[in-house]
Design a protein around this ligand. Sequence first.
Ligand code: FES
Length: 102
Amino acid sequence: MAEWVPVFRGEELPPGLMRVVTIGDQRILVANVEGTFYAIGAVCTHTEGYLDEGYIEDRTVVCPIHFSRFSLISGEVVEGPAEEPEPTYPVEVRNGIVYVQR
Ligand code: FES
């Protein structure tokens, strides 16, 4: 069953930054894109690079291993070599706390 998990205070992650959170055995990348929080898988669908060790470029995250780019908003592949999109997770902010649904 879907569950909302509090992950951190919204003020801890200013616009343009991202961080990884671990929920159960899932690594999830939470990013602040122009003031709105989004969550996608944090493990590259190519050969499992950690996207949180990459960098943000325009509303995308660039994998540090072979430089695939994924949309932080939709999880879609913007540039390969990856072919599979990242999963996305709903995000809400309640009373200043960021929640991710898994
Ligand atoms: S592991 Fe991410 S692009 Fe290859």
